[in-house]
Design a protein around this ligand. Structure first.
Ligand code: TUI
Length: 324
């Protein structure tokens, strides 16, 4: 069963969240994950309120289980989207790519479980004091917009900094990753790239196949010169963007060059000139299966790994007891 403080807090069967990915985290994937026993999260990305409202209505029509909405704080109407989520009493609100401090009190007052993404222990500590319910510690292995610290180093430092549940994200795509996150003190994990490659994900088949074909060295980071590093698969689009950055292009030129590229990849399947955001775990994703199967496999594998480690621990304790 793998009960943790996170399954208790969110009333879910498995301690697994689906990252709220722009364009990919639509009601189809969200309800597949939530109905499968995890927490599906709608990815608002840069969408307007009308789209988010329609998606939330679809989610409610297709599941009675808890779900979340992710609002990246660079969305031009982030305030409006968050006000909508609170008015609608969506079960869980997550944020990313910015400091969510102004939204903590309103979320508490509305009774909405608020779980921001943090990329540092310092922000986690501040947000715990402000009253958030949990935090997602996301390492730089993730796809899309990232921080600068790797999950293996960030996670235990966030765990030491706070006493609320910590969810690990970045670099996790299977049960070994879940077990490792639990070992580092996490109460659960969030996976994005793994859930792109599910039958219910509406990402174009070219996008899914590009991830299935990728290995551990297939991603790169662009946008660091703007202060908005984004991890995506290395393709002509990413190389051209890198070249523009090297030549000292202005922010306006880079924004113009990049606008609409994620949509082109996800919706049109343009994996050459589109932006194929994916994490470093792309090389761990070998198939496209239903989201419920991803959840079942991940938990079964984690239980197996934890069982093996338990045997190791028992053997060590036995040796100790016999004075060897
Ligand atoms: O939000 C993400 N990842 C995303 S959002 C996104 S949407 C997009 N669409 C088109 C082009 C580009 C992006 C794609 N990927 N992850 C959550 C995340 N948040 N990662 C890192 C952070 C973060 C960083 C700094 C959170 C807080 C933070 O705090 C800064 C501060 O003010 O202290």
């Amino acid at each position: 069963m793998l009960k943790t403080p996170l399954t208790e807090l969110l009333h879910i069967d498995y301690p697994i969240l689906q990252g709220g990915m722009a364009w990919v985290g639509t009601w189809e994937l969200v309800t597949a994950v939530s109905n499968g026993g995890g927490l599906g999260i709608l990815g608002a990305g840069s969408a307007p309120l009308s789209w988010v409202a329609d998606q939330v209505a679809q989610i409610r029509a297709h599941t009675n289980r808890p779900f979340g909405v992710n609002v990246p704080l660079f969305n031009a109407v982030a305030d409006e989207l968050i006000a909508f989520c609170l008015k609608e009493r969506v079960p869980v609100l997550t944020t990313g790519a910015g400091n969510p401090a102004p939204y903590v009190e309103p979320a508490r007052a509305a009774g909405v479980t608020f779980i921001p993404v943090v990329a540092s222990a310092q922000l986690a500590r501040r947000l715990e004091r402000a009253g958030v319910d949990a935090v997602i510690a996301e390492g730089q292995e993730s796809g899309g917009h990232i921080g600068s610290v790797a999950t293996m180093a960030l996670l235990p430092q966030v765990v030491d900094a706070v006493s609320i549940p910590v969810i690990a994200a970045g670099g996790i795509a299977d049960g070994r990753g879940l077990a490792a996150a639990l070992a580092l003190g996490a109460a659960g994990v969030q996976m994005g790239t793994r859930f792109v490659c599910t039958t219910e994900s509406i990402a174009h088949d070219n996008y899914k196949q590009a991830i299935v074909k990728a290995n551990e060295r297939s991603t790169m980071v662009t946008g660091a010169s703007l202060g908005h590093p984004v991890r995506c698969l290395r393709n002509p689009m990413a190389r051209d963007y890198e070249e523009l950055e090297r030549r000292g292009a202005t922010e306006q030129e880079l924004v113009e060059f990049g606008t609409g590229r994620l949509r082109d990849a996800v919706m049109l399947g343009d994996v050459t000139h589109g932006s194929v955001m994916a994490g470093q775990v792309a090389g761990l994703v070998h198939d496209i299966v239903p989201a419920a199967e991803v959840l079942r496999r991940t938990v079964a594998e984690a239980e197996q790994v934890l069982g093996r480690l338990g045997v190791l621990a028992n053997a060590a304790l036995c040796e100790q007891a016999h004075g060897r």
